[in-house]
Design a protein around this ligand. Structure first.
Ligand SMILES: Nc1ncnc2c1ncn2[C@@H]1O[C@H](COP(=O)(O)OP(=O)(O)OP(=O)(O)O)[C@@H](O)[C@H]1O
Ligand SMILES: [Mg+2]
Length: 264
């Protein structure tokens, strides 16, 4: 079971920079930057939810809080009714860019998440399976610095997916991948979700990814962010946006919601 509840979530940063963080940032040093004030959301056990929103609206901040990495916030986050007060153990995995340990090989990085698996053969097979899946076969004993950016991202994904956690938080997991690898890994994640039905929360800037992958899409607006759209997707999988008028309409609607009316 992995039901997540966000109740009355509020978060502010104190601006400690003299240099602006965002181009539109007009905060002085010491000023309070309100990221969000009162966010209420619930994620069902096994649900795949994609979160969209403009850059700087607080998506990564929200994931960090949900994962227990940031404890200075208002409100509460409950997982199966229990308040999150620290980063949780093995059943929650956070996919972030540059999450590989540089002194470990690809194989060792993927192995990290499987340290509780006792059967050595099963462990080896699982590691190889995920390395093959992200097409890094032959690079098992390379260190992250010996890989291209896209290859590093694939290794990070192999590591996250191999863990098979109860909750997987993903912050823009496909950024930096070439187009075909992006599509391929997206399909793998969808298949995996259909198969194992674990709770997955993914932040993305790619609206099409959300349309293809999500059971539900949540759209946030600019800081201080509020939920401005929540939409359940009852389309069967595999989904094809071009062939499904309902998905095309929803895409237009999301673009409009994000203020990009000319695309629609
Ligand atoms: N450590 C920090 N100190 C001060 N302000 C911060 C800090 N981290 C984030 N912020 C501010 O909080 C806001 C939300 O940042 P966050 O990284 O969560 O945005 P985001 O929605 O993930 O953006 P992006 O889509 O660009 O990744 C931004 O305005 C940012 O300037
Ligand atoms: Mg972010």
């Amino acid at each position: 079971m992995s039901n997540i509840k966000i109740q009355g979530l509020g978060k502010s940063y104190i601006n400690r920079r003299s240099r602006k963080r965002d181009p539109g940032d007009d905060n002085d040093i010491g000023a309070e930057i309100k990221v969000f004030e009162d966010i209420n959301l619930e994620f069902e056990d096994g649900e795949m939810v994609c979160i969209l929103g403009p850059s700087g609206c607080g998506k990564s901040t929200m994931l960090r809080i949900m994962a227990g990495f940031d404890q200075s916030y208002k409100g509460q986050i409950l997982i199966d009714g229990k308040r999150i007060i620290e980063p949780s153990s093995d059943n929650v995995f956070v996919f972030q860019q540059n999450g590989l340990l540089p002194w470990m090989t690809v194989w060792q990085n993927v192995e990290l998440g499987l340290r509780n698996l006792e059967d050595e053969q099963e462990k080896e097979d699982t590691i190889q399976e995920y390395i093959d899946m992200v097409e890094l076969t032959g690079f098992e004993y390379h260190y992250p610095s010996q890989l291209s950016g896209g290859m590093q991202r694939r290794a990070e994904l192999a590591r996250a997916l191999a863990v098979n956690p109860e909750i997987l938080y993903m912050d823009e997991p496909f950024t930096g991948l070439d187009y075909l690898t992006h599509l391929k890994i997206r399909e793998e994640v969808v298949n995996m979700h259909t198969f194992i039905k674990k709770t997955m929360i993914m932040v993305t800037h790619f609206i099409d990814d959300a349309l293809i992958m999500a059971d539900r899409i949540i759209v946030l607006n600019e800081r201080p962010a509020r939920v401005i759209m929540e939409h359940k997707l009852d389309f069967s999988r595999p989904r094809n946006i071009e062939k499904e008028p309902g998905l095309r309409d929803l895409r237009d609607q999301i673009f409009m919601t994000l203020g990009v009316s000319y695309v629609a």
